[in-house]
Design a protein around this ligand. Sequence first.
Ligand code: BV8
Ligand code: ZN
Length: 251
Amino acid sequence: MISEAIITTIKKARRIVVFSGAGMSAESGVPTFRDDLTGLWQQYDFMKLATPEAFKADPALVWGWYEWRRTRLLAVEPNAGHQAIARWQAHYPLTIVTQNVDDLHERAGSYNVIHIHGSIFAPRCTKCKTPYEFESHYVQEPESGRRIDPPSCKVCEHPVRPGVVWFGEALHEPDLRAAIFAAENCDLVIAVGTSGVVQPAALIPRWAKDKGAVVVQINPSPTPIDEVSDYNIRMTAAQALPQIVEALNLD
Ligand code: BV8
Ligand code: ZN
């Protein structure tokens, strides 16, 4: 049960930031990065695979991994946590800053989602940056995964790359600025489903706190965000968020 003190604090908020990580999508059946990589990628460390070096060394392995993740994402649905946030956003000024490269917030009905680590649905040319359009039909990649040569750009023939921010790459400046602006101008941050490890994203709750916001964390496990959070709800996203939105008596 979420305490009355937390609900009262949330009810007072007028400018809200929801900062989500992989745990937000876990109850939709999307493995978090803490879960072991499976299939072809079992023997790889996510941190080494999600890098420009890995793509340069073996583009087919990395592109195959993203296609495996993308096609599996097309087969899952937003969970009750995504839906609760979308309902909340229909009544309050609420900005979503997500580290997730999936589109589950949008598919639940949320809008203006800031993807600070990019999107798996927005590949682009490695050379001229032209966005690449996926074929409309898709075949879900086999469980075991496979190497797939990245497609070539339709404009300049160079290889296409996933539209995500890899480790060692700078975040897309406009997205980072929008996220910082939202954090520094809100009065409540809900940090949900993030291990609070990846920088600079993990600083978002701190930036908000430094400007006077209240920080509420939703995560079954402790994280470094515990150090800045005013309240910790030790529940999952799909358990806690519907309870919070229910208590707001929105409709
Ligand atoms: C940068 C897109 C500088 C890709 C991602 C050494 C060398 C190089 C860089 C570094 C280095 N040391 C530090 C760095 C910086 C590095 C970094 O932070 N490394 C850390 C990990 C040591 N950061 C970077 O490289 C960033 N760029 O610093 O650039 C620069 C500047 C100028 C010029 C050049 C460079 C870029 C980082 C972005 C990496 N890309 N994603 C892809 O998806 O393939 S990060 C990726 O991993 C996710 O986006 C996410 O951010 C992160 C995983 O974190 P979480 O989302 O928190 O997920 P996780 O699985 O970790 O945790 C899940 C949590 O949910 C857990 O706490 C769990 O308890 C909880 N949970 C589980 N189930 C539920 C739940 N909670 C609620 N409900 C549930 N049901
Ligand atoms: Zn090109």
